[in-house]
Design a protein. Structure first.
Length: 117
């Protein structure tokens, strides 16, 4: 069983930055850790993911160059550094763990990110 707990969401002005954290417990050694987001009345979408080693990363086109994902394997924590935030980044952000990249087998409870214009 895997449990994921997110933190770090909040309200920020456009152009600002936030860092999300996700603390994972359980068997995550061979799993991808990633972030998804869901805006009101929209489907949940993939944002970023990192492999078990922390060396290979994946990003949605909409966040490339602005967001950075990293993984601290010693702390079993994954981070999402979000820079140059835009109002369209407003969503609930979910941490996920999965065997396959860009999917989610286990989910956190979500953390709200709101970007004001």
């Amino acid at each position: 069983q895997v449990q994921l707990v997110e933190s770090g969401g909040g309200l920020v002005q456009a152009g600002g930055s936030l860092r999300l954290s996700c603390a994972a417990t359980g068997h995550i050694f061979n799993k991808y850790l990633g972030w998804f987001r869901q805006a009101p009345e929209k489907e949940r979408e993939f944002v970023a993911a990192v492999d078990w080693s922390g060396r290979i990363t994946y990003y949605a086109d909409s966040v490339k160059g602005r967001f950075s994902i990293s993984r601290d394997t010693a702390k079993s924590t994954v981070y999402l550094q979000m820079n140059n935030l835009k109002p369209e980044d407003t969503a609930v952000y979910y941490c996920a763990a999965a065997v396959l990249v860009r999917t989610g087998d286990y989910w956190g409870q979500g953390t709200q990110v709101t970007v004001s214009s």
